[in-house]
Design a protein around this ligand. Sequence first.
Ligand code: PNS
Length: 171
Amino acid sequence: MDERPGGVVAIYPGSFDPITCGHLDLIERSSRLVDRLVVAILRNENKQPLFTVEERIEMLREVVAPYPNVEVDSFDGLLVDYAAGRRATVIVRGIRAISDYEYELQMALMNRRLRPEIETAFLMAGEAFSFISSRLVKEVIGLGGNIAGLVPPGIEAKLKKKFMTGKEELR
Ligand code: PNS
């Protein structure tokens, strides 16, 4: 996809297993701050994801369809190298609570050391979403709880389907 010369390109990286309403809120808000936002799914996770990368790409593409300057991609290796390859100058991350801060600070400082020209920008999670995580969403639905309003509607259906097959275990 074209990267406009002079336009600000930002990467919003993560596992998105699955995308939650908190992620979507961050995508919507950060897409207003930059010319192009690339939502980038990490490929080489150590933990076994519930959804394959291809399933997550498809789900994310559906959800970001209303935002013309947002695209979905996946990446391997160092985030900052991927960002540089996409000519991005900003990495966007969300902070929900103080408990997120230490991990995010470590990553931001390491990324800055690796490529000082790329800045990490933090957005505070929307207050309505600050307790939501992909891990808890999977735990709740896996135990039969109601996740309406925690993930976008299409994603809820996909999660239900995944758990109803009985083939996937909660990880
Ligand atoms: O949604 P997550 O799991 O919190 O996202 C973590 C992610 C993908 C941002 C992080 O694991 C990452 O950037 N991985 C890529 C490998 C890398 O660059 N590691 C050094 C980062 S300091």
